[in-house]
Design a protein around this ligand. Structure first.
Ligand SMILES: Cc1ncc(COP(=O)(O)O)c(C=O)c1O
Length: 485
């Protein structure tokens, strides 16, 4: 009998797998007597004990019958129709398209687009938005806290709402830095903003429900709500953020996602009158507002503005914060501050989804914040980002002049650079040309529902020191001139 062992794991399991395969594909027919263990051991140059152990395994799983050591037979089930059918080589290739549910199909469609940016790894200068800023002091503080948390970890399932120590720290932080008064029971720890959107979709949306997004907006939000089957529509933004005068009247809007501290991606800060108008609109129309406060912490011309949630007297704001920007995105931790009427449903949805975020990382993060290392990092990060932003803007002006218009913003980790003299086709060529020269540039178009009148680029600067930003802008200017010519 020809048996090929696959070299994975213990020898007796390799042999058991090979024999199982021979039985399933009919080479070892039902009721056939298997070779004596001594004979097979000699044939395959294995010890007899290995063969005995393999036979015992097959007997335990029901593939063979009889007494191991004194005559074993392939079990009668191997003659059944089902086994013969599985033994036939499949006519359909293994890569055939699986029949997916509607949500699966939508997720797959969107996934192709969202991984697009990842192909740009390995560039000399990558201005991809969302890359974190590295800070060696933070890295060593994090290692220390992680070690401590691992050594003292509880092994039971965590509280699905989040570790109480971390929820306390989040509340202190929100009161100190974002003007939000919340109690630990209002907070739900999630694995990043993305999960917060997904939970909101699960808890609040039925197929066809209307969801308002700023236009342009963060793609991650749109992808979740579209996958859920919501009717997603846009509302204009200008230099003061969301144009609240254009908010819809009449048809009920179930949910609106806003970025008041730093509109994504234009960078506008929502003015106070518009904040009040938005809250009033939400209250009167029964719409939930999701405040995505992804980088409100980083403001360079003034102190960070208090969050919209701090003005919410009618409990219509679902606040989302993330550690992706203020620490690093691979951490996958964020939090929600929930209105009392939604709290239980969100905790239940989180519990159903994953039983809670990993406890060790939560404990380490709580300690990192309590130790003061987190705020030290925030101060350092804000200082570095401000320098990088200034270096980028100066170099952009120098190498691109008035071929580029920067959307006014002095916050965050990216700028939006409009290309008023270019067509969309030219901007695409510019991205390709830059890429061939080791510079990663990213268009703003995928962040919009309505086509833009002019092309623009999102320039993320957190990841590059000033000298690299200057060098990157030199290449930028050269590519720009080549395309314009
Ligand atoms: C507008 C906006 N919200 C949220 C996030 C963060 O998402 P997460 O917390 O899932 O990493 C980002 C990151 O790029 C963002 O741009």
């Amino acid at each position: 009998m020809f048996l090929e062992l696959d070299e994975l794991g213990p020898r007796y399991l390799q042999l058991a797998r090979a024999l199982k395969q021979a039985i399933l594909d009919g080479r070892c027919a039902a009721t056939t007597r298997l070779p004596a263990t001594r004979v097979l051991a000699r044939e395959l140059a294995l010890s007899r004990n290995t063969v005995l152990a393999a036979y015992e395994q097959l007997a335990a799983e029901g593939f063979i019958e009889g007494r191991v050591g004194s005559g074993c037979y392939v079990a009668a089930f191997a003659a059944t129709k089902v086994v013969r059918a599985t033994a036939q080589p499949s006519r359909t290739p293994r890569t055939r398209k699986a029949a997916l549910a509607r949500r699966g199909r939508r997720a797959l469609e969107l996934f192709d687009q969202s991984i697009h940016g990842r192909q740009h790894r390995g560039l000399r200068y990558n201005l991809q938005y969302g890359l974190p800023m590295t800070n060696p002091q933070l890295a060593s503080a994090w290692r220390r806290e992680l070690n401590h948390a691992a050594a003292h970890a509880e092994m039971d399932y965590p509280d699905p709402q989040g570790l109480i120590a971390l929820r306390h720290q989040v509340c202190d932080y929100l009161a100190r830095r974002r003007g939000i008064v919340a109690a630990p029971e209002d907070v739900l720890i999630v694995s990043g903003t993305q999960q917060a959107f997904a939970l909101a979709a699960d808890v609040l949306l039925d197929e066809g429900d209307r969801v308002l997004l700023e236009d342009p907006h963060y793609r991650g939000a749109r992808q979740v709500f579209q996958t859920q089957g919501a009717h997603v529509f846009g509302c204009r933004v200008d230099g003061d953020g969301l144009v609240t005068a254009a908010l819809p009247r009449g048809k009920a809007t179930r949910l609106a996602v806003v970025t008041p501290s730093h509109q994504f991606p234009t960078g506008a800060v929502l003015s106070l009158p518009r904040r009040m108008h938005l809250l009033d609109w939400a209250q009167r129309s029964g719409c939930w507002l999701i405040e995505d406060d992804y980088d409100g912490e980083f403001r360079y011309d003034a102190r960070p503005l208090a969050a919209l949630k701090s003005l919410d007297r009618a409990d219509c704001v679902i606040y989302i914060g993330t550690f992706s920007k203020v620490l690093f995105p691979s951490l996958r931790l964020g939090y929600m501050v929930l209105p009392p009427g939604l709290r239980q449903a969100f905790v239940a949805a989180k519990w159903l989804t994953d039983r809670g975020c990993p406890a060790i990382e939560q404990a380490a993060l709580a300690r990192l914040i309590a130790s003061g290392a987190f705020e030290r990092h925030l101060r350092q990060a804000a200082k570095n980002l401000k320098t990088r932003r200034a270096a980028l803007l100066t170099a952009l002006k120098r190498h691109a002049g008035d071929a580029v218009e920067v959307a006014d913003s002095s916050a965050g980790m990216h700028i939006l650079a409009w290309l008023p003299r270019m067509s969309h086709a030219q901007s695409q060529r510019m991205v390709e040309r830059a890429r061939s020269r080791g510079l990663g540039l990213y268009l703003v178009a995928p962040y919009c529902l309505k086509p833009l009148p002019r092309p623009g680029l999102l320039l993320g600067y957190a990841d590059l020191p000033p000298a690299d930003l200057q060098a990157a802008m030199r290449v930028f200017g050269e590519c720009l001139r080549e395309v314009e010519r």
